[in-house]
Design a protein around this ligand. Structure first.
Ligand SMILES: Nc1ncnc2c1ncn2[C@@H]1O[C@H](COP(=O)(O)OP(=O)(O)OP(=O)(O)O)[C@@H](O)[C@H]1O
Ligand SMILES: [Mg+2]
Length: 320
């Protein structure tokens, strides 16, 4: 069976800025494709081209065989989109928004109301259903936005950074919804800056950097590309970071700062380093001894397989 999403050599520029430099993507029906990349990589631009909001300069994109440029109406009838920025109406209540979306999608009044209530319950918004959206928290808005994009279940659902700015619990809820939609056979294209999100949800991952695909594969394939093991060390005090880097430099070891999971992001980021450990346990032991000599305390040290963070660092020379 042909892939439900097929993108070949897609390019897009704004004035002199080339934003997409020939992107290739494909997704099989009922799978989750994770599009991963740092700020400005071109993720939203690519999604906008695929959802007919932008016209690409060259290349081809097809959804279920329909071309996004020559057959945008057909494409629109098959897709759902939760954009990076909210599409719901601030002045309306959550229920009014969902009923409105249902009506726009030509559901009968009663069917639209029934579907709205179902979705409000599914996204734990029933209690807030009759409040104007402008009183909602960021997480509630994101949930309502996602609900609005599945009022009528699409064949392909595009989610542009659906969990950015969400607390861990709201993020988990959204992940559960995505898994549920996938189980119903919906194909999902999801952009994210969070490697652990791609890890948790995506069947295949495409890594975009500066408008180009720099790697693709399953999570395991990407990790195998980097290979080897990593020694991860977490410092007791962030203030020791520079001294630790010094020690590692003197040992001739490279390192990258990690800790991109929510929460760890703020303060943990400065405290965790990943060191490629070619000699495994031997490298780990040497690091422990050297740091002990320097009087630097470790909160934790361990050996592990590469994370997607490491993959990203290995591919781009910078972290997300
Ligand atoms: N309408 C526009 N006009 C000019 N430049 C644009 C326009 N839209 C996007 N860009 C530029 O294109 C590049 C890619 O932007 P895009 O929004 O696709 O990135 P992104 O990967 O979605 O980033 P983020 O993670 O921050 O959402 C950026 O350098 C951006 O400034
Ligand atoms: Mg974006």
């Amino acid at each position: 069976m042909a892939p439900i999403l097929e993108v070949t050599n897609l390019t897009k520029r704004f004035g002199k800025t080339v934003v997409l430099r020939g992107i290739n993507l494909s997704a099989e029906r009922g799978t989750v494709l994770g599009v991963l990349g740092p700020n400005g990589a071109g993720k939203t631009t690519a999604i906008n081209c695929l959802t007919t909001l932008l016209v690409p300069d060259s290349g081809e994109a097809k959804i279920a065989g329909y071309d996004v440029v020559s057959d945008p109406a057909a494409v629109r009838s098959l897709i759902g989109l939760t954009g990076q920025f909210a599409a719901v109406d601030e002045a309306l209540t959550a229920r009014e928004n969902l009923v409105l979306f249902g009506r726009l999608l030509r559901l009968k009044r009663n069917a639209a109301k029934r579907r709205a209530d179902e979705l409000l319950a599914q996204f734990e918004l029933s209690e807030a259903a009759n409040r104007p959206v402008k009183t909602f928290s960021g997480g509630m808005r994101r949930r309502l936005d996602l609900a609005a994009s599945i009022v009528v279940l699409p064949l392909v659902l595009f989610l542009d950074e659906p969990t950015t700015g969400l607390d861990p619990r709201s993020r988990q809820q959204l992940w559960a919804v995505v898994k549920d939609l996938k189980a119903q056979g919906i194909t999902i294209v999801l952009t994210t800056q969070y490697l652990e999100e791609a890890d948790a949800l995506a069947d295949r991952i495409v890594v975009i950097d500066r408008g180009q695909v720099i790697a693709e594969g399953t999570v395991d394939e990407l990790k195998d590309k980097v290979g080897g093991r990593f020694c991860e060390l977490r410092l007791e005090r962030a203030a020791d970071l520079e001294r630790v880097k010094d020690v590692l430099d003197r040992m001739g070891l490279s390192y990258a700062q990690v800790g991109l999971n929510e929460g760890a992001r703020a303060e943990g980021m400065a405290k965790t380093l990943a060191v490629p450990a070619a000699d495994g346990a031997k490298t780990l032991t040497e690091i422990v001894l050297k740091l002990e000599n320097e009087g630097i305390e470790l909160a934790d040290i361990s050996l592990r397989r590469p994370s997607l963070d490491d993959v990203f660092f290995a591919l781009t020379g910078h972290t997300t």
